[in-house]
Design a protein around this ligand. Structure first.
Ligand code: ZN
Length: 503
């Protein structure tokens, strides 16, 4: 067990959907949203304390063993299209300046996503790690934790001493992954010569097929730790499902294996690669059209709500969070006790706040983010409740994290047949926590239909209260039928979906 080392810690997180309309600017990394704001220096320790974020888990583990932590900076922005060159260079420059100014370092830990695409680099993390390596040299361990949606690249594996990856989707184990990164670093500091190898999976599978509560991902992830436990010379195995809406050469899932024995690392990689290939026909992707989904939800609704996942307009996967296809279907089909969240429209949220509770608005809601084919939903609305967007998440994934979502409003669609309400927000944020509904005075367990702009993360908090969950393919910038995406840069020979055609 190593003690008393100086370890630099920091993080830079973005999941890039290159098919989405909006690019991530510096300002979006700087401000708080459903994640903490950009934090530098000592403030990083209090900002991350007790949260389900990788760096929080790493810090807790490292402090237990009396290491000195040298804080760099941490920031994230809501998933979207490319990170601007300006944002990337400013943030990475600051990282590099801080690293250069450190007197002495024994190790570096970085909390990265693994699916960042920059205007001028396909592989944001690989380039950042290359620059970090240039500063710290080859002798200092650089440990990295990544998101389950990482599109792992050769450059990341080359420049990191070891990588570990979330093993749950919904991501309940983010802090745990940070702690695991510390455990890997500890082995290196104790003298283990860590040998790593990565292999890309030759087919893509959408986020709607990646949930680790269901097969085949459940079994694949369950087998990882068992294989490590029974194989001498092996330190860790990870599997990243990848983030398919990224038009880059190295898009897609990958296995990453570390150990002290190269032959064992390679043979483990062969075995697990075959396990994933064998599971290829088991990946399901059941998507319903919005009208069909709402009709089924009306039929299924009983004592508990039916949850409709507006999977393709999930802002957590780069969706604009303002498409109105599912809202329109709820109203058209005469849904009762239905609430949709969060529809991003700062203009209408502001109007609702100025008009006040009880007021009536004639508004064109949503459809303003430039996503092709998304039109505003024009109706009369009654303002039923207002919120300031400051609340604390209560679900397991983001437990105790603060939301800073700006003005929010609960609007009722005035309609003779439908009983439909919409939670309108001023910040793009995924609807993955029941606290979002309760912030606007809506008790989710008492509704018949809950429509959430989320793909999978909502399941941790919503599945336990749901009669059934249906996944909906309404318009959105995060297409879940991957054969519909116009890839240009993807490496040749990759199957665009399980058992599907090759690119
Ligand atoms: Zn993820």
């Amino acid at each position: 067990m190593s003690t008393g080392c100086t370890i630099a810690v920091g993080g830079f997180q973005h999941e890039t959907n290159t098919f989405a309309p909006h690019r991530a600017t510096f300002d979006e990394f700087e401000r708080a949203d459903s994640w903490p704001a950009l934090t530098r220096g000592e403030a990083l320790f209090s900002a991350m304390d007790g949260l389900n974020i990788p760096i929080s888990g790493f810090i807790d583990a490292a402090k237990t063993y009396d290491h000195r932590l040298y804080p760099l900076l941490w920031c994230s922005a809501e998933p979207s299209s490319f990170v601007t060159s300006d944002a990337y260079e400013r943030i990475v420059d600051e990282f590099c300046d801080l690293l250069e100014s450190a007197d002495h370092l024994d190790a570096v830990y970085l909390d990265l996503h693994g699916a960042m695409v920059v205007e001028h680099f396909e592989d944001g993390e690989g380039e950042m790690l290359r620059r970090v390596r240039e500063i710290v040299g080859d002798q200092i361990p650089v440990i990295v934790s990544l998101d389950l949606h990482a599109n792992i690249t050769d450059a990341m594996v080359e420049h990191a001493s070891a990588i570990t990856i979330f093993r749950t989707y919904p991501h309940l184990d983010m802090a745990e992954t940070g702690a695991r990164a510390y455990a890997m670093l500890d082995k290196i500091l104790a003298g283990d010569d860590m040998i790593g190898a990565m292999r890309k999976i030759p087919f893509l599978f959408p986020l709607t097929s990646q949930c680790t509560d269901f097969e085949p991902c459940r079994s694949i992830y369950e087998s990882l730790e068992a294989v490590v436990a029974e194989t001498p010379g092996l330190s860790s195995i990870d599997f990243a499902c990848g983030f398919p809406p990224a038009d880059i050469a190295e898009c897609g899932a990958a296995l990453v294996v570390y150990g002290t024995d190269r032959a064992v690392v390679e043979s483990t990689l062969d075995k697990l690669f075959q396990q994933v290939l064998d599971a290829e026909p088991e990946f399901e992707n059941e998507l319903l059209g919005p009208g069909e989904a709402v009709l089924q939800a009306i039929q299924l609704s009983g004592k508990k709500p039916v949850v409709l996942a507006d999977a393709q307009d999930n802002p957590g996967a780069g969706g604009t969070s303002d498409t109105t296809g599912l809202l329109e279907a709820l109203v058209d089909e005469g849904a009762q006790a239905a609430v949709l969240a969060i529809l991003y429209d700062p203009e209408i949220a502001g109007q609702a706040h100025r008009a006040g509770e009880g007021a009536t608005l004639d508004a064109r809601l949503g459809g303003k983010s430039g996503f092709e084919g998304a039109d505003p939903f024009h109706a009369q609305f009654r303002v039923e409740a207002l919120g300031d967007g400051h609340f604390v998440y209560t679900g397991a994934m983001k437990l105790n994290s603060r939301a800073e979502l700006g003005p929010m409003a609960l609007l009722r669609v005035i309609d003779d047949h439908a009983d439909v309400r919409v939670i309108v927000g001023s910040t793009r944020a995924q609807c993955l926590d029941l606290a979002i509904f309760r912030h606007l005075g809506v008790e989710p367990t008492e509704q018949k239909i809950l429509a959430v702009k989320s793909t999978v993360h909502f399941r941790a908090d919503f599945d336990p209260i749901a009669e059934r969950t249906l996944v909906v393919a309404a318009p959105g910038a995060h297409p879940c039928r991957l054969v519909d995406l116009a890839y240009r840069n993807l490496r040749a020979g990759v199957r665009l979906e399980p058992m599907g055609p090759e690119h």
